[in-house]
Ligand binder design. Sequence first.
Ligand code: FES
Length: 85
Amino acid sequence: MFTVVVCVGSSCYVRGSEKLAETFERLIRERGLDSRVELTGAFCMEQCSMGVSVRIGEQTFRCMDPGDAESFFDQQVMPYLTAVS
Ligand code: FES
């Protein structure tokens, strides 16, 4: 089990963190990853400059377009999941 943390601080919220988290939640459920990925939120990760901050394991990423959250999930979350399994 590893944790994906979506920033819900004010800057990231304005940039669409709620939509991003909803999409992640749906993808985790649809792909049967519930037992392997825990989705949670956190307040400001102090990297507010661009996009929505997402922490996966020890790394922090920025999702520039929460409307394209599925691509971000495929490109950032899935490889990490594969690498740690
Ligand atoms: S509000 Fe998300 S990193 Fe600051």
